[in-house]
Design a protein around this ligand. Structure first.
Ligand SMILES: [Zn+2]
Length: 202
């Protein structure tokens, strides 16, 4: 017996997702066969609008539904304090804590030579250009890349570049409270807040 093409196609799509093997892909597909058509239509339309209805903020590169994003365009936020993170999910984690009132810059990755990711592959030059702008109010940069080897290397690279550009700029590194090798995304609110408060100057 051959598997119908519609089923085979969906299995193959699931298999492309991270952490999903052939067995799980099959299980998910056959599970969906039992879901009412209305639910499936909702699922399909969410997938379709995922990229169509979102946009990267041209200022901080956070994912949002408008450009500039809701954080960059919020005058209540402290625009003199800028936090550099690896991923959009890190922004969500820091926002959940409500302790941080500054703005962000999302790198969309980290320097990772073993996987051929150099400084040009992530949004570092965009950060440097952003800080050079006349209307930049930034006085302090908090580098909140993950405390992994790649995250540390990325933090050091950025700090060096920024120091050369503007020796006046205060550059701090998020740190205390976060275990080495940890992922910002999975840290609890209190740990994140303590890490923010315990930042040290480069
Ligand atoms: Zn933004």
């Amino acid at each position: 017996m051959t598997i119908p093409k519609a089923i085979q196609n969906l299995i193959e799509s699931f298999e492309k997702l991270p952490g999903v093997g052939p067995k799980t892909a099959q299980r998910l597909t056959f599970y969906l066969l039992h879901v009412p058509q209305g639910e499936l239509d909702k699922f399909a339309s969410s997938l379709q609008s995922l990229k169509k209805d979102t946009i990267l903020c041209s200022n901080c590169f956070m994912i949002n539904d408008k450009d500039p994003c809701s954080i960059c365009s919020n005058s209540q936020r402290d625009h003199s304090l800028l936090c550099v993170v690896e991923q959009p999910l890190d922004v969500l984690a820091l926002e959940k804590g409500r302790g941080y009132k500054g703005i962000y810059h999302v790198l969309h990755g980290k320097i990772d030579p073993l996987n051929n990711i150099g400084p040009e592959e992530i949004y570092i030059s965009q950060l440097i250009i952003r800080l050079k702008k006349q209307d930049s109010e930034v006085k302090e940069i908090i580098i909140a890349t993950n405390p992994t080897m790649e995250g540390e290397a990325t933090a050091m690279y950025i700090a060096k570049q920024l120091k050369v550009q503007n020796p006046e700029l205060k550059i701090t590194r998020i740190g205390r409270g976060l275990p080495v090798g940890a992922d910002l995304e999975y840290a609890d609110d209190t740990t994140l807040q303590r890490a923010m408060e315990g930042r040290s100057e480069y």
